[in-house]
Design a protein. Sequence first.
Lengths: 586, 433
Amino acid sequence: MAHDTHHHKESFITKYLFSQDHKMIAKQYLLTAIFMGAIGITLSALFRMKLGWPDERFPLLESILGSDAAPDGLLDSNWYLGLVTLHGTIMVFFVLTGGLSGTFSNLLIPLQVGARDMASGLLNMIAYWLFFLSSVLMAASLFIETGPAMAGWTVYPPLSVLAEFQPGSGLGMTLWLLSMTVFIASSLIGGINYIVTILNLRTKGMTMTRLPLTIWAFFITAILGVLSFPVLLSAAVLLLMDRGFGTSFYMSDIVTSSGALDATGGSPILYEHLFWFLGHPEVYIILLPALGMTSEIISTCSRKPIFGYRAMIGSMLAIGFLSFIVWGHHMFLTGMNPFLGGVFTFTTLLIAIPSAVKAFNYITTIWKGNVIMTPAMLFCIGSVSTFISGGLTGIILADSALDISQHDTYFVVGHFHIVMGMTAILGMFAGIYHWFPKMYGKSMNKRMGMVHFWITIVCGYGVFLPMHFLGEGGLPRRYYENTNFPMFDHFLDLNIMISIFASVGVIAQVIFFFNFFYSIFRGPKSSQNPWNANSLEWTTPVEHVHGNWIGEIPTVHRWPYDYSKPGKDTDFVPQHIPLDDNEEEH
Amino acid sequence: MEIKFIIIITVALFFIALVQLMKIYDLAAKVRGEKSQEKVSRSENMLMANLMLVFMVVFFGFVIWLISKYGSNSGLYTSATIHGRDIDELLMFNWWIILPVFFITNTLLFGFSWKYYHREERTALYYPHNNKLEAVWTIVPAIVLAFIVIYGLMTWNKIMYNQEKGEIVEVYGYQFGWIVRYSGVDNTLGKADYKMVSATNPLGVITESTIKDTYLEIDQRVNDIDSILSNNINGDGEYLLPESKVDKLQEELDRHKRRKYRIEASIDRKENNVNVYESSNDDIIVQEIHLVKDQPYTFKFRSKDVIHCPWFPHFRAQINAVPGMETSFALTPTITTAEMRADPDVQKHWENINVIHNERKRRIGEEEERVLFDYVLMCNKICGAGHSNMQLKVIVETQEEFNNWIENNGDNKRLTFSGQEVSWSKTKEQASL
């Protein structure tokens, strides 16, 4: 292979800070994501307090957010939008894109394809530090007097252009754009590295059709990211120019309190097209890694091969391709040509087919399995359930005619939080519980993991299922208070219920944080292959070494899903075990 | 400060307690002889499997409770427009497909997880693929979706390519409210331009007199700034004002000059615009939207500042109002406000709303009131601090009631561009918000 195992001495800085080792970088991504995730979900609990109890004053809010944001404990309406915006941005980009892909692509790609490290360790390190910098910038925008960006996570112009329209569109928005620019650079560098590693550094015998589905998912995710993030970058740059240099890409015919602006000829719709050209593939950038890990864990813990391996790859490829031609379903009601709306309805509903294939394949994998209920497996079952439940309501939103009565209501909020938010976050938790032994050489406490799962799934559904009914009742999203319209008064107690579920759900994550950090330091030492899994990462030693394997990298002889294969002594056959004389591959 | 201190202490104590609990747990596990956290015991597997089933039952129960309590449109009732009823039917069609699939697939998922939990003596079935089965669940969803797509697109096209010529009403969104303009007898809105928007002309309507007024306004401001600047200059030609202030004034001066130039160049062309000037003569600006039952309407939407989204929940109608672009939506209301209020279901629902509404009013110490059903227009695209309160009352009534309102409604005085006697004051207030 390219280089042998290194054993040179490392300082603290090269080992823990500016490490080029993919395993350490994966842990850095994970810790950053957990930190950002804690901020993101806390913000949601804070603004849910206002929605659940619109007339109460919470001194807690003032002590956490400061007196600008919550004078006398009553959340300010601009800050409410700021919290919503940052919650969305942090969860979508920093936790479920940077955090999810960053952690598990880095950890698993070299280990599962059989490589000593990423194709470029240096680029990998740079990608992480850019991610870290962008996280700091985004978190810092919470500490500005005028507040963070407030125009929603999609930051549509002209609202996001002038501080006159809302205070957050001043410095807060500038920080948002800077942070996102750095973030995009990080994503692109990371993505290219993943693609190159998967294509070029596979070990002997590891053909593309012997790759674990995790790797396929990371591979397609990275391609989606590399093709779509540059478009967001261009959208951000044009927005930056509209804000700072007097251009009018997105601005036209606008009157402010100081009179008509000069800007003419631009269109906010252009921004929406550019944004959603990333924004929709982004949904799958978030989902696919979670689904990939779910495939792997469900198969391992059901002691049964994943059903329809090739169909799973095919459906991921189909989803990946289709995700590029559906962005217009976010824009049915922008005044876009109705014909275009029809086309996007068609392409969007096509995605339901590969998604259905995936869902049925998961269920068939569990059927007649021998399901071990590790915390990771519990989270996977939850993730499949939310993928189904949320995916089904997507059929309604994809229909342009129905979108007229559902668009931007709480129905949308409920839908995407279940299908994208919960599926991905449950998948991410599954990944953490499953590969924690690989990351830290320790085991997490299983009982705490089980309790964590049950509270999370109950609260998750408890928060987001009722939102569908708020939406059916016509309640628009991003409303600071619903009390201005008597017609929404009968939702008062439903909103209280949602807020209670949300607070319990958020507080329950303390169990996870505690379990995670406690286990890093005091957890019991794990064995080399704790789940009796087949893929290559479990052939590496528990203690991390540079280059992953001491000695030769194993050669691969079979696919990774030979569980409970008839005629074998054990119920698993790792990938590096050669085929018997007259054994069929699968 | 004290509160923060107490919170920090509490959190710290909580974590210390947790760590101690974990230590006890670890010790107990050691005593029991459990070596690792990796192996899930038989009893744990069984417990989790049973919980799967319990969860499924509770989960389905929750969904059914929500449907029975908040289903049937959660208080939006039958749609009050023709196209809205098509949307509702399409929605029901979709629900009848989605809900069975939801219950069946979730039952399979949780049921299998329960039935096939791990026992040492069992062996999983080696079943890597089955092409026939996979073809079935590719093709069946494809066929079902084909129906959904075709039915959906037929409805969409019917709504969007509505050729019926309706009465034109303009809704103009701004932070944070709406201005409504009726197109009058000629059913043509007078042309408007954002460069003409001013305190006295909130919609920027173009007429000979508004152009003259705009020039006057601009000239006056230009003179004001000129005189400020020339009064604050010393003998050496240096300004006595702070530099930033001078810059600001000069910038404003330039802007006004540019605006005037652009109005002269592109708007003030009488020879091209005679019809345009006249069509605004019978336009009327009002404070509420009054619609006549069974009369087709074509709404035109514009925005003054940011993207808004006019949303009529009871009409199942919404489309964005985008600065720099006109959008439109055609609808025909079919139920008057009075008819809606007389409906027994609506009455029952609003009795309940009144109870909840006034409970809250008492709690926050406000005066109790009786609230009645009304159609409403609200904003459904994030637009800033006042987003959640951009409301406008919509009234659907008979032709006689409408005529009565438009002729002699004291509060909503006619506002025409030909008759100067009408009151500008109301709109002035609104426009300067």
